[in-house]
Design a protein around this ligand. Sequence first.
Ligand code: GDP
Ligand code: MG
Length: 459
Amino acid sequence: MNSEDSISAILSQENNCFDRARASIQQAISWYGNIRRHGKYTPDEGLQTAVRSDLQNLKNALDKLDQKLLRISTFGLVSCGKSSVINALVGREILKTGPLNGVTQFPQSTSWQPTPDSVEVELIDTPGLDEIDGQAREKMAQEIAQKSDLILFVIAGDITRTEYLVLCQLRRSQKPLIIIFNKVDLYPDKDRQSIYQQLQLLNEGESGTDLGELISTDEIVMVAAKPQAIQVRSKAEDGTITEFLEEPRPQIDELQNTILRIVEREGRSLLALNSLVQARNAEKNIANQTVAMRKESAQEIIWKYARYKALAVALNPFPLFDVLGGLITDLFLIRSLGKLYGLPITTYEAQTLFRKIFASSGGLLLGEIGSNIILGAGKGGGAILGAVESAGSFAIYTSTATAQAAIAGYGTYVVGQVTQSYLEKGCTWGSLGASTVIAEILSQAQPKTIIYRLKQELL
Ligand SMILES: Nc1nc2c(ncn2[C@@H]2O[C@H](COP(=O)(O)OP(=O)(O)O)[C@@H](O)[C@H]2O)c(=O)[nH]1
Ligand SMILES: [Mg+2]
């Protein structure tokens, strides 16, 4: 494959990821958008209020995809040069910079189109991490990280404890990260290299770090976003000497290339992934809220079916009917629970549930055979003998029937619980479920890409 072919292969894969993500989120919106309708159950004001923001998050996830806007945010201590890095990237002094603390007070954004064909980028500048106290800092970091597709972590020398803690926190946000070692113009080459090596160690998990493989050496980049002005002396022909300050050009090419490479090769997949992660969280919340608010009714339904089944099994003398009847009871139970929650049960989930049900009816069958053997004549035999109205065989019949009924009832109870936990997980595992599409995108990621390293985190 020549390089043009491979680029077009990457692009078509990127578009495919994008389309699948879109379809997945759209499906979720149409499912959960109807949360008001709960079959025969009355609309639940409380539930509607509880899931409103999650529904909005689902819609936001779709909007984010449609805008095709990749969000890149900077993080770092005050004065490490976050604003300068953004200015250098876009090639203009858009953001105010300065040696004093607090030049950047609020998160601010700037748009940037790296190449005419690429997705558009929004660069988000933030206040210094050491300017806000612990809790507020965590909150800001979390909020901004959550809406970012890529994080630029700017440092200007040896990494400090605060920086390290924030890095670990950001890692939990499961967003790809580039570490930018800024102000390299201030360091002699030897010091620069030793700091760079320290950063690499972070990545290799030595010195007991929690950073794992999130950062690869490809994503530790040295820059000088706004190199210190240097004094220049120039001597004119007539011998007069003039001195002036000259601002050297920023050294930013390597970072620009790294970002360009990511935007071009992975921009759409990153967008798709982040929208899907956002959608998956929203779906899970909706399901959790629904399940929590309807727990009591659900338990009632589960017990009702468990009792039906136990009774039917106890009264019915034919083992085959026990098994079939049990299966049908369980299917009705699943359907009732689905209706109660107003949550979709996809074919995928129905199949998995089916397997559980088979296991539970298999358990019933085994229980049936087992108790038949243990109790000699067994329920079937007992029934036939019961026709002769022997008191002894009736006793055998009842004790076997009770044991089977208990097993059957328990089986249904288990099916009920399993169904509930599936619904709680938000049905994200259907063929177009958010989790499924996330797994697809991650499985297609090429080694040495930033998405490849997210694999561990997101699966
Ligand atoms: N020497 C040197 N100074 C820099 C560099 N980048 C930024 N600075 C200076 O560091 C100070 C803080 O920069 P700023 O971008 O405002 O930092 P922020 O608080 O992280 O946004 C400013 O005085 C910049 O001129 C660099 O690459 N080299
Ligand atoms: Mg700033």
